[in-house]
Design a protein around this ligand. Structure first.
Ligand code: PLP
Length: 392
């Protein structure tokens, strides 16, 4: 079958191969420890489920406005005011089928063929592929592990060309869990603003920050920064709603309108009753989120401690999200591996532990472990990694 060029440039998700293999083993009854998942292991809070159920019973099962229902748009505006001190009009906001869909529509609305988007490595797997589908060109800069995997303003500056349209900023980060400080972001924002580079700020892990650190959005720095930022956010991570497909974006009115127009001809609208669930998530009690956070921080501490006890693995303690991104280069070296994909495959085959190789995020020495798994599974999985690396 002859396919469109835009799909032939796509790389299949490297995380899928290992997930498929893990699932196959599970089906065969093998005791696999899955530490690859990019989603919270808690169910959606009860009051959110109840709100969606009630919406369905009340007949809110029809098409909605492409942009999203007005009540939810208002709740998103309130959220920005309350949490970020940012004022957006209703026309500056779109509700989407997940944060991923917001990013996709954004690149489709923004990029012309050959336009460049700066993407820091390690990156979330979908950024480069989405840019390519939109005929853009991903331009990579790599955050040093010694700098918490974060890029510097100087690196951003050096990557800017006349074709640069945007940069993706993801703090807290998937896969590293790192957060940028206000100072680091201000320096990056200064460079972007002086070169007319749009800042795409993916803030989906905003609520999952630990140890008293706090989230800061680049949009808050100045009027100019506000006008040159699109914020991407969503319900999946803070409210354990990955399957609901609820996300949103806020930014320049014209750009958001173009994204709405794209939605109107592709998805029509975000799922009607899921929007009522999202409304309950934003406007209702934040207690389940706080409980989840408390659990995550305990797990993170334990996971980092256990990983650093393994000879050949070193792991930074990240401040956010629910991932750690340990360096396994010494372990690979002493075991005779040069390829982190192969190392992860062998780990799955020999010890039945599924983790995601760093290659999916543009890095060759690290693996991503998600601590969105029970403490028992985490301890068991990391115990097996220790045995894999150190032998008995
Ligand atoms: C999970 C995730 C998203 C979006 O997920 P949705 O389920 O589509 O809302 C966006 N960015 C990052 C970095 C993520 O990890």
């Amino acid at each position: 079958m002859k396919l469109a060029k835009r799909v032939t440039v796509l790389s299949p998700s490297p995380t899928l191969a290992i997930t498929a293999k893990a699932n196959e083993l599970k089906r065969q009854g093998v005791d696999v420890v899955g530490l690859g998942a990019g989603e919270p292991d808690f169910n959606t809070p009860e009051h959110i489920i109840a709100a969606a159920e009630q919406a369905m019973r009340e007949g809110k099962t029809k098409y909605t406005a492409a942009r999203g229902i007005p009540e939810l748009i208002q709740a998103i505006r309130d959220k920005f005011e309350r949490d970020n001190g940012l004022s957006y009009s209703a026309k500056q906001i779109i509700v989407t089928n997940g944060g991923k869909h917001a990013l996709y529509n954004l690149f489709m609305a923004l990029l012309n063929p050959g336009d460049e988007v700066i993407i820091p490595i390690p990156y979330w797997v979908s950024y480069p592929e989405m840019v390519k589908v939109a005929d853009g060109v991903p331009v990579f800069i790599e955050g040093a592990e010694t700098n918490g995997f974060k890029v510097t303003a100087d690196q951003v500056k050096a990557a800017i060309t006349p074709r640069t349209r945007a940069i993706v900023i993801n703090s807290p980060s998937n896969p590293t869990g790192s957060i940028y400080t206000r100072k680091e972001l201000e320096a990056i924002a200064d460079v972007c603003l002086s070169h007319g580079v749009l800042m795409v700020s993916d803030e989906i892990y905003e609520k999952l920050i630990y140890d008293g650190h706090s989230h800061v959005s680049v949009a808050t720095f100045s009027k100019e920064a506000y006008e040159n930022t699109v914020i991407i956010n969503g319900m999946s991570k803070p409210y354990s709603m990955t399957g609901w497909r609820m996300g949103y974006a806020a930014g320049n009115e014209q750009l958001i309108q173009a994204m709405v127009d794209l939605s109107s001809h592709s998805t029509s609208n975000p799922t009607s009753f899921a929007q009522y669930g999202a409304l309950a998530a934003l406007a209702g009690t934040q207690e389940p989120l706080e409980k989840m956070k408390q659990e995550f921080v305990k797990r993170r501490d334990r996971v980092v401690e256990l990983l650093n006890e393994i000879d050949g693995i070193s792991c930074l303690k990240p401040e956010g999200a629910f991932y750690v991104f340990p360096n396994v280069s010494r372990a690979m070296q002493k075991m005779g591996y040069t390829d982190v994909d192969k190392w992860c495959e062998a780990l799955l085959e020999q010890e039945k532990v599924a983790v995601v190789p760093g290659s999916g995020f543009g890095v060759k020495d690290n693996i991503r472990i998600s601590y969105a798994a029970s403490m028992e599974q985490l301890e068991k999985g990391i115990g097996r990694i220790k045995r894999f690396v150190e032998g008995r």
